[in-house]
Design a protein around this ligand. Structure first.
Ligand code: G3H
Ligand code: 13P
Ligand code: ZN
Length: 323
């Protein structure tokens, strides 16, 4: 057993409390490799923002559990070395079972998500409570989910979203003891969030649901998944340098700013980072076909990621200077 405190990490309790009170959201950036982690830490140190380093089941498989533990410890030391230690949470994204959550808790994660959103209400409560009871023994915080996002969640593809039903949230929170709740208000995972024709705008998020949730559980930390904006200029760059991405669509920054100023205190961003990396790598390889040193394309990818993350923190989430 390696406890997260030994790695210098924090759980999400205090930073969420401050974020809800302060009307901003903490960035939860997914990472799978060294360059992504470096970019996240550099961006967050430079903006003095707390951060949630988020690891999916796929990322765990890709990066290796042991290496992840050391990368997270390294992230803490790296932030100190950069001159401004920031609060860092290591979070399991879309934990699928009690066993996955337990294994993460035992190897240094300070926060886990148990995603029972595809289960019945009762089974979701049962599974979430089981994780909460175990996690809290180690002071690890837990995120649950009610409602299903359109797109891909946990390798299950959903054609349509199933919005969170506000009348369920009080009972869910009370009976499970979760520390935060992911809700479905119209966001979705990936780079193709809404089926819109060129020139059409995406449907607005259901702020009425968010407001009703807030009314029923005032001050409770709310999480927004599927919150990439899929910037058109990055998609254009990908296509300019040989890519083929059509009909992409994300959530507007304006709507995310509005959400961040509410009880939404964690905003998950993965796809935008993937796009930024792809655009940067494509550009280098297109312009310099003879390039074969990975540092010369992964380095620019890391730089592009850092720019993207700083933009999110400063202009969208509002977590600047909150560390
Ligand atoms: O919500 C899903 C995240 O974007 C992680 O995706 O499972 O492909 O690592 P992944
Ligand atoms: P995006 O695909 O919109 O970046 O969402 C990521 C996410 O919700 C990770 O859990
Ligand atoms: Zn998600």
């Amino acid at each position: 057993m390696v406890h997260y405190k030994e790695l210098g990490l924090v759980n999400s309790r205090e930073i969420f409390k401050k974020a809800v009170k302060g009307g901003y959201a903490i960035p939860a950036f997914n990472f799978n490799n060294l360059e992504q982690m470096q970019a996240i830490i550099m961006a967050c140190v430079e903006t003095k923002s707390p951060v949630i380093l988020q690891v999916s089941k796929g990322a765990r498989k890709y990066a290796n559990q042991t290496l992840l533990q050391y990368l997270a410890k390294g992230a803490v030391e790296f932030s100190k070395e950069l001159g401004y230690p920031i609060p860092i949470v290591l979070h399991l994204d879309h934990g699928d079972t009690f066993e996955t959550c337990k294994s993460c808790i035992e190897t240094g994660f300070s926060s886990v998500m148990i995603d029972g959103s595809h289960l019945s209400f009762e089974d979701n409560i049962k599974e979430t409570k089981r994780v909460v009871d175990f996690a809290h023994e180690f002071d690890v915080t837990v995120e649950g989910e009610l409602g299903v996002l359109a797109g891909i969640e946990d390798e299950i593809s959903h054609e349509h979203s199933n919005y969170t039903q506000p009348q369920e949230v009080e009972e869910f929170v009370k009976r499970t003891g979760v520390d935060s709740l992911a809700i479905s208000i119209g966001t979705s995972h990936g780079a193709f969030k809404f089926k819109v024709k060129p020139g059409e705008v995406a449907p607005p998020l259901r702020f009425d649901i968010l407001e009703e949730v807030e009314r029923r559980i005032p001050g409770f930390p709310i999480v927004l998944h599927g919150a990439s904006s899929v910037p058109q200029e990055i998609v254009d760059e990908i296509n300019k340098y040989g890519g083929k991405m059509e009909n992409t669509c994300g959530v507007s920054e304006e709507q995310l700013r509005r959400a961040a100023s509410s009880a939404v205190c964690k905003i998950n961003i993965d796809s935008d980072g993937r796009l930024a990396v792809t655009a940067a790598v494509r550009k280098v390889l297109y312009e310099k076909p003879g390039e074969f040193d990975p540092r010369n394309y992964l380095g620019p990818a890391r730089d592009a990621l850092k720019v993207l993350y700083k933009h999110k923190i400063e202009k969208v989430l509002g977590s600047l200077n909150r560390a």
